[in-house]
Design a protein around this ligand. Structure first.
Ligand SMILES: [Zn+2]
Length: 211
C-alpha cells in the first residue's frame, strides 16, 4: 500500500496544484464525450494511450470487455451504458479489446476457469467471438490465432452493444455512434473495425504513427 500512498502524496503536492482550475471545473459536473468500454487488464490505461484528461472518458471495465446481452438480469456494464447514453448523452461509445487478453486466452484454451464460477459464467458472453473471428494477421506472430479471436470478440461485443435498448434508441435518433477498437500492447497502436469492409485497420496511419 505504501507505493499508492506515496503516489497520492505526489499527486497532492505536484499534480493537483498545477491543474487546480481544471479540477474545480469538474467538481460539480461532468460532460464526457466518450463511453469507453474496455478490459480490466492493468496494461490498458485509456487516459495514457488516448492522451485524455479527467472528465473526458466515462469508462466501463470488465474482464474481456464484455457487453452482456441480458434480458432480465441487471449487470454493471448494461447499467453503465444506460446511464452514459440516457443521462450523460455521450455521442460516442468505443468497445476496446487488447492483445494478450487473459479472458480471451481462457475462452480459447478453456483452461484455468475450473475454480472461477463467476468469471466462467461471465465469459460465456465472449463465446460469440468464435463466430466473428477475424482473418489471422501474420504480423501478430505467435499470437495470431488469439489476436484474431480478440478482434472477433470486439465485433461480437459491438453487436451486443447495439442491442442495448438505450443504444438502439440513440442510434435510431442519429445521436450516437459506436466503434470497435483493438489495442496492441507491444506496439501501442490501435486498430478500428470498419463495419463496411468488415475488417480492422490502423486508427492512425502507420506513417503518421512512426513519425
Ligand atoms: Zn483483457
Amino acid at each position: 500500500m505504501q507505493r499508492l500512498i506515496e503516489g497520492h502524496k505526489r499527486f497532492l503536492a505536484e499534480v493537483f496544484p498545477e491543474r487546480r482550475s481544471h479540477f474545480h471545473l469538474l467538481a460539480e459536473s461532468q460532460a464526457p464525450q466518450w463511453l469507453f468500454i474496455t478490459c480490466s487488464d492493468s496494461r490498458i490505461v485509456p487516459d495514457m494511450i488516448l492522451q485524455t484528461e479527467p472528465g473526458d472518458l466515462f469508462i466501463s471495465r470488465s474482464i474481456g470487455n464484455v457487453v452482456p446481452v441480458s434480458v432480465g438480469d441487471v449487470d454493471g456494464v448494461s447499467a453503465t451504458i444506460e446511464y452514459a447514453v440516457e443521462v450523460l448523452k455521450v455521442p460516442y461509445i468505443i468497445v476496446c479489446g487488447h492483445s494478450d487478453c487473459g479472458a480471451m486466452k481462457a475462452a480459447l484454451s478453456r483452461k484455468g476457469l475450473q475454480n472461477l464460477p463467476k468469471a466462467s459464467r461471465w465469459l460465456h458472453h465472449v463465446e460469440a467471438a468464435f463466430s466473428h473471428r477475424q482473418p489471422v494477421n501474420p504480423a501478430d506472430g505467435d499470437h495470431a490465432e488469439l489476436c484474431s479471436l480478440i478482434r472477433g470478440n470486439v465485433v461480437a461485443q459491438l453487436i451486443n452493444l447495439k442491442e442495448q435498448p438505450a443504444v438502439a434508441r440513440a442510434m435510431g435518433r442519429g445521436s450516437l455512434q459506436v466503434f470497435g477498437w483493438f489495442y496492441d500492447i507491444l506496439s501501442g497502436r490501435i486498430e478500428q473495425y470498419d463495419e463496411g469492409k468488415r475488417c480492422f485497420a490502423p486508427l492512425v496511419e502507420t506513417a503518421m504513427a512512426s513519425r
